[in-house]
Design a protein around this ligand. Structure first.
Ligand code: NAD
Length: 478
């Protein structure tokens, strides 16, 4: 690995500063990475293992630097960074290392009698050079977790972290080349101009995590080169509350909502609660916020801050959408917004129009599960849907009747820690999925290979002219 580091330092010491954020340097970066891919270097399992081990080592050796960058960008508590970003990606890399050989194996497929003697198999092949564009809210996890899949599958990759998490973007650009093959993985820093320059180029796959607006731009750019795309988007993920242990339900909702100050793509966006359950739930929600962040959450070291002033202003503007049951205070200077529970929220109010992406939880009362499901299904397909109920029958009804990227019962947000579950949206919340083996599959082509010998031309009976005998034989065989 040290050879790779020095190779990178020598080959790019002059240009690396140009590369960061410089759209003009994009073609040269891509040419270098493509040359590496075309050389075949990324295909052997040994190379892939080396990259995954490098990523695991990165998390062991550089946890502090990564956590510091996340704290600088988002005020994240180091433990929260560890739980929701660093340990999660390390676990993905370790899981991939453990299963790589099995995932990459080719598999025999039975050949029908009429085509025998012959053999058929499928084999996962890398796609080529992939582009990974990340958002700011989990700026380590959402760039490196896809990278685990891309490298495990034998691809080369260009990463574009979000410019709105600049400290994390810089630390990734600095550290990654020291831990993975710098000729096969490049980091391009910058904002819209860098992304636009990258999207002009031909990639073999684009993996985009972000909002719907930019998702459309990515899809249009990909169409130009017919590049396959994975879109990990957001949306308003509903939580329906019917019954349960109110204190536990409230704690789980508050935890899932307030991780990263509500700036989580699968956070419960709003709550639909039955009129009967509303009083108990509201009381417990207020209690749970105080339990987790204290009476004055601005003093808590465990509550993150809003990413920038523009988002802070947007969120403060949403506070008028209902009655503030708890919270509501804010401070522009520190980009603080107190966890806020809103009641008396009209379905057409501003807070119910777009993904909130902040620590505001609107509560809307509904008659029953049927009304809640109708409400959800009348809106764009969310990334996750949460049901809190102890009734197996209600859970089944919810699973059958609601369309969402995932269905989760009596839990919010923690489903992401299960590597065996695919993570992705449906409809407006995205296309494609990853995590665990699904990441490997997302960055692979399952290529069929069919082989016959020429010694015996057993297929002659299928060639024209189609005589009566051939017809009878073929109809019998097929
Ligand atoms: P965003 O769409 O604004 O930006 C994402 C990336 O696109 C950034 O790297 C940005 O530099 C780049 N970009 C910005 N403008 C561009 C343009 N015109 N052309 C090309 N690229 C451009 O998203 P964000 O604000 O960083 O993240 C928040 C959104 O991401 C929310 O909607 C959230 O739900 C979603 N999200 C989804 C997931 C998921 O896994 N499904 C995870 C996290 C966030």
């Amino acid at each position: 690995m040290s050879e790779m580091v020095s190779a990178f330092s020598e080959s790019s010491s002059d240009s690396s500063t140009d590369v960061a954020g410089s759209p003009a340097a994009v073609p040269a970066v891509l040419a270098r990475v493509r040359e590496t891919y075309d050389s075949g270097r990324t295909r052997p399992l040994a190379w892939r293992r080396q990259q995954l081990e490098g990523l695991v080592r990165l998390f062991h050796e550089r946890e502090q630097e990564l956590a510091d960058a996340l704290a600088a960008d988002l005020g994240k508590n180091p433990l929260e960074s560890y739980v929701t970003e660093l340990s999660l990606v390390r676990a993905e890399a370790e899981h991939a290392l453990k299963h790589l050989e099995k995932w990459a194996r080719s598999r025999r497929v039975p050949v029908p009698l009429g085509l025998q003697p012959a053999s058929a198999r499928t084999e996962p092949r890398p796609l080529g050079v992939v582009l990974i564009i990340g958002p700011w809210n989990y700026p380590v996890q959402l760039v490196l977790a896809p990278l685990v899949g891309a490298l495990a599958a034998g691809n080369a990759a260009v990463l574009k972290p979000s410019e709105l998490a600049p400290a994390t973007s810089a630390v990734l650009a600095d550290l990654l080349p020291r831990y993975v093959d710098p000729e096969a993985v490049a980091v391009v820093e910058g904002g819209q101009e860098a992304s636009t320059a990258l999207l002009k180029e031909r990639f073999d796959s684009i993996f985009f995590t972000g909002g719907e607006r930019v998702g459309r731009i990515v899809l249009q750019a990909a169409a130009e080169h017919l590049t396959p795309v994975t879109l990990e988007l957001g949306g308003k993920s509903p939580a329906v509350v019917l019954d349960g242990n109110w204190a536990a339900v409230a704690r789980r909702l508050v935890f899932g909502k307030l991780l990263n100050a509500g700036q989580t793509c699968v956070a419960p966006d709003y709550v639909l609660v039955t009129e009967a359950a509303a009083p108990a739930l509201k009381k417990q929600l207020v209690k749970a916020v105080a339990e987790q962040f204290g009476k004055d959450p601005s003093r808590s070291k465990d509550l993150g801050r809003i990413v920038n002033e523009q988002h802070w202003e947007r969120l403060v503007g949403l506070l008028d959408s209902g009655t503030v049951l708890a919270g509501g205070r804010s401070d522009r200077g520190s980009l603080y917004l107190e966890p806020t529970i809103l009641t008396d929220v009209a379905p057409d109010s501003p807070v119910m129009q777009e993904e909130i992406f902040g620590p505001i939880l609107p509560i809307i009362e509904v008659r029953d599960l049927a009304e809640a499901m109708k409400f959800i299904n009348s809106r764009p397909v969310p990334l996750a849907a949460y049901l809190y109920s102890n009734s197996a029958a209600d859970r089944k009804t919810f699973e059958e009747g609601v369309r969402a990227g995932s269905i989760n019962h009596n839990a919010s947000t923690v489903q992401l820690a299960v590597p065996g579950l695919p993570f992705g949206g449906a409809g407006a919340s995205g296309t494609g999925a990853y995590h665990g083996k699904f990441s490997f599959d997302t960055f692979s082509q399952l290529r069929p290979v069919f082989t016959k010998g020429t010694l015996l031309d057993t297929l002659r009976f299928a060639y024209p002219p189609y005589t009566g005998l051939k017809k009878r034989l073929l109809r019998r065989l097929l």
